[in-house]
Design a protein around this ligand. Structure first.
Ligand code: AHG
Ligand code: MN
Ligand code: MN
Length: 355
């Protein structure tokens, strides 16, 4: 005979476990604890999710509302033209965190110096580092963009306001992730226990778990690089590109937004490469807001991230806006790119010894 109590229990469990693992519940489950640290991390992720929902909402209506698209006419500290959406998203993260009592500072690609939480607001122990809109050239043409974030604990007092404690390697990150504003809005994060993806269910207004413990394949077909920079690269990177052109099984994908290209590689394997160029010898991507958070995720997913000669996670920046070359993705594909760099370095060493 049917047991109504059992049926009810089954339905309840099914609905919660199958459909409704929310982000905050997931963070607490991962930490197996309700300690202050666990509660803080869960609250931090909730605030990031709130900012993501606000940015997604504006992007969804960007062709319909005033002042959403186009440039502001200003350039940022990197010398790049600032888009209205960059300014909006930058401010959204500040607003989401200002009254939270969770952070003491926010450091963003769009701000020359970190934003310090004012003294009349509760001040927390963490720093949020973020790229508010990644791939902003895609905004005006309705293609995918992202946000990238990392959380670090403040070390020391930062009394002189120089944020010198942020100039440490990627192992200091306690959480990292990104939001992908695509056909659906997804939030992918890690607190050092695997990589997990959530999809925004607009009817619930909640990020719901959609892929847990994502593992990147050891090799994939995709190489993701702006080949328009070929003339600006070192010979080693040109050698690599010639190699993939001459071998079967490779396919090029490049969207102009790192988050989108990274997301494809995380799920399907391959490699994203942004090397140094004549114009930018250190490449274009910023260590603290782009390369290090994504390196944290890629390593957690079983992949690798390298400058070509050093693990990204080991790089210590000399400024908060430091850039690095980036080679990130499947183990074998990152190793292949590195092998061409090593080969050219060996040749140069021989030339120096035996001119
Ligand atoms: P951002 O929009 O935050 O400045 O980042 C753009 C980055 C990255 O998303 C992308 O992979 C890369 O710049 C594209 O640069 P190129 O146009 O030089 O290929
Ligand atoms: Mn970016
Ligand atoms: Mn940006």
């Amino acid at each position: 005979m049917a047991d109504p109590a059992h049926d009810l229990e089954f339905t309840h469990k099914y609905a919660l476990d199958r459909d409704c693992t929310t982000l905050s519940r997931h963070v607490l489950q991962q930490l197996h604890s309700f300690s202050t640290d666990a509660q803080d991390l869960s609250a931090l992720m909730n605030r990031i999710a709130l900012a993501a929902k606000l940015v997604a909402r504006r992007l969804n209506r960007s062709g319909l509302v005033e002042d959403a698209l186009g440039f502001t006419g200003r350039t940022n500290v990197q010398g790049e033209e600032v888009k209205r959406m960059d300014v909006y998203a930058n401010q959204v993260f500040i607003s989401a965190f200002e009254q939270s009592g969770l952070v003491c500072r926010l450091a963003s690609e769009e701000m020359e110096n970190p934003y310090y939480i004012p003294e009349n607001c509760p001040i927390g122990r963490y720093t949020l580092l973020y790229d508010p809109i990644d791939g902003s050239s895609n905004v005006d043409i309705n293609l995918n963009v992202g946000s990238i974030f990392a959380i670090r604990r403040q070390e020391g007092e930062d009394l002189d306001g120089t944020a010198a404690d942020l100039l440490q390697n990627g192992h200091q990150q306690i959480a990292a992730g990104y939001v992908l504003y695509g056909p659906t809005t997804m939030l992918v994060y890690s607190i050092g226990q695997g990589v997990h993806a959530f999809t925004l269910d607009p009817s619930l207004g909640e990020f719901i778990l959609s892929s847990e413990n994502i593992q990147v394949p050891a090799h994939g077909p995709v190489y993701s690089v702006n080949e328009g920079n070929f003339w600006q690269w070192d010979d080693s990177i040109r050698d690599y590109i010639r190699y993939v052109h001459r071998h079967e099984g490779y396919t090029a994908r490049y969207s102009g937004a790192l988050v989108g290209d990274f997301h494809r590689i995380l799920f399907q394997g391959g490699v994203f490469v942004y090397p140094g160029t004549v114009k930018n010898p250190e490449g274009k991507l910023r260590l603290l807001y782009e390369s290090a958070p994504l390196a944290f995720l890629m390593e957690q997913a079983g992949g690798r991230a390298s400058t070509g000669t050093q693990d990204i996670m080991d790089v210590i920046p000399d400024r908060i806006h430091t850039r690095t070359p980036l080679v990130i993705g499947s183990q074998d594909d990152v190793a292949l790119v590195e092998s061409f760099i090593q080969e050219r370095t060996r040749e140069q060493d021989v030339m120096l010894k035996h001119p």
